[in-house]
Design a protein around this ligand. Structure first.
Ligand code: ADP
Length: 267
């Protein structure tokens, strides 16, 4: 068994007092201070509008900071296939419908200038990681929702990022598919020594996956608590059905509801 990751080593990314105010005046995120450690699995948990996606997009560089600082503190890995340190998985798989699975996954490498032949073994490797080795030649429309999400994860991993950012990736999937993808994601995370930041509404999902849960509240979007889930990995059905898991879920739920007391939430 592997203990939960430690945050003692140098963080991968350090956020110091990070804030975001949009042009229309909305303060989407205020004063977020957080270290994301190498091999952390961090969840951002909270109701709609508490700034989870904004925080993720800030880390991804998809939107600019309006306050605070963000530092990447660790050196770049030598076997990365591009300068990008991170991969991003959206709630929708966002695949190109006219392109086969191989071409969808190749895309980030193609954009970085890598030809099909050179990319082929790399694409094959990530398709194997997500359990889709036999599906390189099919179109997205031939795949289930869970399989489309697997393609999306493969595409995010093809540049061998150290940080995987995931914005409610499994919210639209049925419960069984979600559990399977949770387990497979944990296996990929452990085997490839990634860091993951995972946005979710679900207390249960955050406790199952994470070693750290960042609890957030809205108006303005902000961090209200951080809870460590000091349970060993791998985590499987035995953990999911344990009294310890239940106790963690109750503690996280209490923290979330305590923070939201008196706040009128828009769903
Ligand atoms: P969450 O992911 O927790 O649901 P978001 O980060 O999407 O929250 O949004 C936080 C707040 O910022 C919300 O009030 C939302 O309406 C607002 N917001 C998000 N994106 C924009 C934008 N591009 N322009 C203006 N306001 C935005």
């Amino acid at each position: 068994m592997q203990p939960s990751p430690s945050t003692d080593s140098a963080p991968l990314v350090r956020l110091s007092g990070v804030g975001k105010r949009f042009g229309n005046g909305t303060l989407a995120l205020q004063g977020m201070t957080l270290d994301i450690g190498a091999q952390d699995f961090v969840s951002f948990l909270g109701p709609s509008g508490c700034g989870k996606s904004t925080a993720l997009r800030l880390i991804a560089g998809l939107t600019s900071l309006s306050a605070g600082r963000m530092q990447w503190t660790a050196p770049q890995s030598s076997d990365a296939h591009s300068d990008r340190e991170l991969g991003f998985v959206f709630q929708e798989p966002t695949l190109m419908p006219w392109a086969k699975v191989f071409d969808n996954v190749w895309l980030p490498l193609k954009l970085a200038g890598m030809g099909r032949d050179e990319a082929a073994p790399v694409v094959a490797q990530v398709l194997e990681m997500v359990g889709l080795s036999r599906f390189a030649d099919v179109y997205p429309r031939e795949l289930s929702g869970g399989m489309k999400m697997r393609v999306s994860i493969a595409r995010a991993l093809v540049t061998r990022p150290r940080l995987l950012l995931m914005d409610e990736p499994f919210a639209a999937l049925d419960e069984m598919t979600r559990i399977k993808l949770n387990n497979d994601l944990l296996a990929i995370w452990r085997e490839h020594r990634l860091s993951v930041v995972f946005v979710t509404h679900s207390v249960y999902e955050s406790v199952y996956l994470s070693n750290r849960i960042v609890v957030m509240a809205p108006r303005p979007g902000r961090v209200v608590d951080e809870i460590r889930i000091d349970e060993p990995y791998p985590r499987g059905e035995a953990f999911r059905t344990s009294s310890r898991y239940n106790a963690h879920c109750m503690a996280v739920s209490d923290s979330l509801h305590g923070a939201l007391n008196g706040i009128d939430i828009d769903h």
